[in-house]
Design a protein around this ligand. Structure first.
Ligand code: ATP
Ligand code: MG
Length: 713
């Protein structure tokens, strides 16, 4: 055994790593080394000869975490990590289904739909069934299907007592039939299908149970019912299920995750007590103290006590901006200052509760010329041009994929109008065949459609001759995509560069099974697209939602948008359970930071096209004030804006500098939400006037008079 494998572990970590070959639960707070323990345990099992690589199955939360685990293991030991099954639930289920596609009733080339594709498939179906999408909003239908699948129910098992739910169950059944016909599988289906495969097929389950003697799971608190049931099938009674988790970081209850699985594991596997790790190695003392104080406000916790010997470190910095844009400018200023002090940009993360918040941040970062990487927005595999190219590639591999066909049948434009597509859809419905089959069968006004069929056939004819990269290159050229983007003056250049990047990615792609390159490449792309996860790479500031930051750590972290209604999210405000989940999310956010933590909020924010005037998040007030250093109050309107104001509205500016939008400085006003106050400042002109009011109860606020209901009193 490599001598230093266990060096540096504390006694509890050591106990967990060298736990005998039976089930265990490690229950410990953020940054206490759970992931490290899990990885080291695998290395320990292998190096002591207690386990062979083939007997290891490890579930991580993201593809990136899986890759990291593999890299670390190879660095610790000379071991072939490919024999181990390390991946996410989705990744591992996919691997299982690829091997046993026949038993699972899937075509060999089944394709995975990401959530966007699933939504368009449901929209299409609702139209086809001639239902109203007001009565059956596609998003809700998707939610209904997924939550049932995640609970292990197919359409025929749905508890439908009222007519509306019965109708939803019918849509669910029709949706499954559509997926089956087209050879596509959504994310929830991957899990359900893999679960059913093993539960139906005892011989297969026994085979895997005998193989995977060690099943290890990270972030166990976020497993849902179906995932736990799947693990139980694999681990059986006799194998060792080794799970690590933190109930305080359970942030996926809204998607059906069940903290209760931790208690079930103790009971189901006869584990007497969880192993607890109490020393935090990640965060400086003040950051940890803030996290501890915050999470203590939740009840029903399993309880733990985290400490550190790292010293207090710096105070937590709090900044209250007058607007979202100004908050973004603040972030840029600090990032620049930190970079000057020698921080790597990639060691800094800006976190937000909801994706919509990134717009203001991105805008400021672009202006400031700061390199950044954003996750959860449009990532590589979600870009239009990449989706188009991949849709062609899908048709090459399985032409019955209706989503793919609809995406590109008229891209680039080839005179196949909406009417022709409707005719095709009608034919497919009447004959119960896929769009591709309907297109091949010929019929009404098919000149252009026939041309499209020939194009796809001609690409398919090449698939055995060309390798993956050549195939993609051919697809881009022959489909006309390249020509289309060459003619696009606006974004064409960038899109072409991305398409070239796709060819590059394909060049480096190695398939597990010869002949399956196209299918495996598409699968990898879908799995990546479904994940909101940061990627290592050039030195760039990391932007992501708090959910996406789980398990990661950064030297410096900005938690932005700490406002009531945003974080905690407005949907959670009326519900205690929801609020507690938001608090756990805040706990996750705080505990990502090693050395420096910024908290920020804004007094006005544009969100979903509306101006809001929120109050500061309760989570800020739940932190011990002694740990917090409030940075100077919002800056007055920047000089540039003042100048613009003087230029644009000289009459107003010069004649009545102290008045704005009917209000004058010093005037008493009242606001529906903030109550009484006094106008202290103003900026802007014409229709765009903002005034700063000092409210008796809520302090200083900037209000945009276009939206704020302010009245004189
Ligand atoms: P989270 O709950 O956020 O997923 P975690 O419990 O999985 O956190 P890790 O990510 O495994 O924690 O560890 C946090 C940090 O502490 C990592 O940088 C890790 O390398 C370091 N660490 C863990 N154990 C030790 C130790 N015994 N000595 C030094 N550093 C350690
Ligand atoms: Mg971890």
């Amino acid at each position: 055994m490599p001598a230093d494998l266990l060096a540096g572990l504390n006694p509890e970590q050591l106990r967990a790593v060298t736990w005998p070959a039976k089930s265990a639960l490690v229950l410990a707070g953020a940054g206490s080394g759970k992931t490290r323990v899990l990885t080291t345990r695998i290395a320990w099992l292998l190096s002591t000869g207690q386990a062979s690589p083939a007997s290891i199955l490890a579930v991580t939360f993201t593809n990136k975490a899986a890759r990291e685990m593999q890299t670390r293991l190879s660095a610790m030991l000379p071991v072939n990590t490919r024999q181990m099954w390390i991946g996410t639930f989705h990744g591992l289920c996919n691997r299982l289904l690829r091997v046993h596609y026949r038993d699972a009733g899937l075509p060999q080339t089944f394709q995975i739909m990401d959530s966007g594709e699933q939504l368009s498939a449901v929209k299409r179906l609702i139209k086809q069934l001639e239902l109203s999408d007001e009565k059956f909003p596609p998003k809700n239908v998707v939610g209904f299907i997924n939550s049932n699948k995640e609970a292990g129910y197919r359409a025929d098992k749905v508890q439908a007592i009222d007519p509306y739910t019965r109708k939803l169950a019918e849509i669910f059944a029709a949706y499954d039939a559509q997926c089956q016909r087209e050879g596509v599988v959504d994310f929830a289906e991957l899990l359900l299908c893999a679960y059913e495969l093993l539960s139906r097929n005892e011989a297969l389950a026994t085979h895997y149970r005998e193989r995977f003697r060690h099943v290890l799971v990270d972030e166990f608190q976020d497993t849902n019912r179906l995932q736990y049931a799947w693990l139980k099938l694999l681990a059986g009674r006799d194998n060792a299920l080794f799970a690590v988790g933190d109930d305080d970081q359970s942030i996926y209850a809204f998607r059906g995750a069940e903290v209760g699985n931790m208690k079930s594991l103790l009971a189901d596997y006869g584990v007497e007590a969880p192993v607890r790790l109490e020393q935090n190695y990640r965060s400086a003392g003040n950051i940890l103290a803030a996290a501890n104080a915050l999470i203590e406000q939740n009840d029903g916790r399993l309880g733990k006590n985290l400490w550190t010997d790292a010293g207090e470190g710096e105070p937590i910095r709090l900044y209250e901006a007058f607007s979202d844009n100004e908050e973004a400018e603040f972030v840029c200023d600090e990032v620049r200052a930190l970079a000057r002090d020698g921080w790597d940009l990639s060691d800094l993360a800006v976190l937000y509760r909801s994706n919509a918040q990134s717009r203001a941040l991105e805008h400021a970062l672009v202006n400031a010329g700061i390199a950044y990487r954003i996750y959860g927005g449009l990532r590589f595999f979600e870009r239009q041009e990449i989706k188009h190219a991949l849709a062609y590639l899908r048709l090459v591999s399985s032409p019955d994929d209706d989503n793919a066909l609809l995406r590109v049948i008229n891209v680039p434009a080839r005179k196949i109008g909406a009417r022709s597509v409707e005719q095709l859809q009608a034919a497919s419905r009447e004959q119960g065949v896929t769009l591709w089959q309907a297109a091949c069968a010929g019929g009404a006004g098919r000149g252009a459609v026939a041309g499209f069929v020939m194009l796809i056939e001609s690409l398919r004819a090449e698939r055995d001759r060309l390798n993956l990269a050549e195939m993609i290159s051919l697809v881009i050229d022959r489909s006309g995509l390249r020509e289309m983007y060459e003619a696009d003056r606006k974004d064409g250049e960038e899109r072409l560069a991305n398409l070239d990047e796709l060819i590059n990615a394909a060049t480096g792609f190695v398939a597990d099974e010869p002949g399956m390159e196209v299918v495996e490449f598409l699968t990898a792309a879908s799995l990546e697209a479904g994940e909101h996860q940061a990627e290592a790479g050039e030195d760039a500031l990391q932007l992501m939602t708090v959910h996406a930051a789980k398990g990661l750590e950064f030297g410096g972290v900005f938690v932005t948008g700490l406002e009531e209604g945003l974080f905690p999210h407005e949907n959670s405000l009326s519900d205690r359970k929801g609020l507690q989940e938001e608090r756990r999310l805040m706990y996750v956010a705080i505990t990502r930071a090693r050395r420096r933590l910024y908290l920020s909020c804004a007094q006005s924010r544009m969100l979903h096209g509306q101006s809001r005037f929120p109050i500061r998040s309760r989570f800020v007030d739940e932190l011990p004030p002694a740990l917090i250093h409030t940075l100077s109050a919002p800056k007055p309107a920047p000089a540039a804006r003042q100048a613009a104001w003087l230029n644009e509205t000289p009459a107003w500016a010069k004649a009545k500098p102290a008045a704005a939008g009917g209000f004058s400085i010093g005037q008493s006003v009242s606001h529906a939400k903030f109550g009484l106050g006094v106008v202290v400042n103003a900026e802007g002109g014409g229709d765009e006037v903002r005034v700063q009011v000092n409210f008796a109860e809520h302090g200083l606020k900037w209000l945009d008079l276009r939206y704020a209901k302010l009245s004189a009193c």
